[in-house]
Design a protein around this ligand. Structure first.
Ligand code: F0G
Length: 458
């Protein structure tokens, strides 16, 4: 008999989670103004709001916490992290930051000016937020295939090279401070970018003299997909693939809360000393001194260890296998999900799931609320609320896709939880015809509104 798949870890510590009744959940979500961010976590049974900072650290990471050096300057923890970053990514220079968006803030402060154009593949919302906050523009050059959720394509995070070239051709070089390549591409469904595509982006960037920075939050998951799906990489190790990926970049921003499996932390990696020097000034101003930048010594130690664990094949196989296990259950039932399954999450195509809810009434948010009421499962809307309003016209932006993201925390839930999530969503699917209306906005912030928006039933 062939041995079945099993997790590459065992459990040493557990945390209780509580079930609730449908009646309680209906009341709680109304009190939360139908915003899942407003729910206190004790009201959630399975929390799939995000895979960011929600992973379970290993015994080795916890033991590294005890060895943290909390010196203000020159802590050994800083040097340990610097060596790990060099080893894994190849970048000689780095700045620690407290999380990914802080890395964006520091890097963009040193590089982006009003009126600049920043092409990329489905920039993440904080990335876009930091670009637009500086009155610059993010131009999405993702391949069209990414927006067809049922189309089978191995690298839906890829950049459309001709779209990118159009952008590079039509603006002066001085107006394009960088290309941002997001690996994996969160907003289009946790979809990977191929090495071939990275190589082509690099060739084009060199032709026009534009630097490339990777938004690397899920770089290891991207490397796993390259190993599994891209010809010629079957026999390469994850770390070899990671090194090749970053060889095409001038630098990276990192939200360590994802693939480095820590609860808080981030960094910027740089190939060139000039870039590091320019950003250093802002790091000291916004984050902290160069050798801690928003992180404590113990957190830097845990991060250094997490970078190694997050780039182990067995871990990634367990992780991505669990996401696919959930995806397959949903797909087999006929629930419309982004396919192939993403690395960190299953993305439910809410427009197809709830065809009777008008787009003005926030389709994916409506589905998120229904799933919470059904089973106490909390996902997150990746749709019109997240897309914010157009900064110039003030109109709602309706993205091609309305998605409900079910992000799976790393090393946290078992496959029984996956079965529970699937059953909850299947129950909503079975009564989808009765769901014909959604929500309207009571109150919203001018930027990144989805975190705090208040809604009421239409
Ligand atoms: N880039 C990507 C691709 C991300 O997914 C995130 C965060 C960030 C940058 C910002 O990093 O949160 O550490 O400041 N994504 C989280 C999520 C919030 O739920 O997907 P951060």
């Amino acid at each position: 008999m062939e041995l079945p798949f099993a997790e590459s870890y065992k459990i040493k510590m557990v945390e209780s989670i509580k079930k609730s009744t449908r009646q309680q959940r209906t009341k709680w979500i109304e009190e939360a103004n139908y915003n899942l961010f407003n729910l206190s976590s004790d009201k959630v049974f399975v929390d799939l709001l995000t895979d960011s900072g929600t992973g379970a650290m290993s015994d080795k990471q916890w033991s590294e916490m005890m060895l943290g050096d909390e010196s203000y300057a020159g802590a050994s923890s800083f040097y340990k992290l610097k060596a790990a970053i060099k080893d894994i990514t190849g970048f000689d220079y780095f700045l620690p930051t407290h999380q990914g968006r802080a890395a964006e803030n520091v890097l963009f402060s040193s590089k982006i000016n009003a009126g600049d154009i920043i092409p990329g593949n489905s920039h993440f919302d904080t990335t876009k937020g930091h670009i637009e906050f500086r009155k610059a523009h993010a131009v999405d050059c993702t391949i069209d295939e990414a927006f067809n959720t049922t189309l089978d394509h191995p690298f839906k995070g890829n950049v459309d090279i001709s779209k990118l070239e159009d952008v590079l051709k039509s603006h002066p070089k001085e107006k394009i401070p960088m290309i941002i390549l997001t690996v994996t591409c969160n907003s289009s469904g946790g979809q990977p970018v191929s090495l071939q595509n990275m190589r082509e982006v690099k060739q084009l960037a060199d032709k026009y003299g534009i630097p490339i920075f990777y938004d690397s939050a899920r770089f290891a998951e991207n490397a796993y997909f390259i190993k599994i799906r891209e010809k010629g990489y079957e026999d390469k190790s994850i770390r070899e693939i990671v090194r090749e990926m970053f060889s095409f970049a001038d630098g990276m921003t990192m939200s360590s809360k994802k693939d480095a499996i820590v609860n808080m932390g981030g960094f910027i990696g740089f190939r060139h000393e000039e870039d590091y020097d320019k950003a250093s000034v802002f790091n000291i101003l916004f984050e902290g001194y160069l050798s801690y930048g928003g992180m404590s010594g113990r957190d830097m130690n845990a991060l250094a260890q997490g970078l190694y664990e997050g780039t182990e094949f067995d871990y990634l196989e367990t992780r991505i296998g669990q996401v696919a296990y959930l995806g397959k259950k949903l797909k087999d039932y006929g629930i419309p999900v982004q396919y192939p399954f993403g690395g960190h999450a299953i993305f439910v195509d809410a427009k197809k799931f709830l065809p009777n809810v008008p787009k003005e009434e926030f389709i994916a948010q409506t589905l998120g609320v229904e799933l919470f009421i059904e089973g106490g499962v909390r996902g997150v809307e990746i749709g019109t609320l997240l897309a914010d309003r157009d900064p110039e016209t003030g109109e709602n932006r309706y993205p091609c896709l309305e998605l409900l993201r079910l992000a799976i925390p790393r090393r946290v839930y078992t496959n029984n939880h996956m079965d529970y999530i699937a059953a909850s969503l299947i129950n909503v699917y079975d009564r989808r015809d009765e769901i014909t209306s959604g929500y309207k906005i009571l109150k919203e912030a001018p930027i990144l509104r989805h975190f705090t928006v208040k809604l009421e039933k239409v």
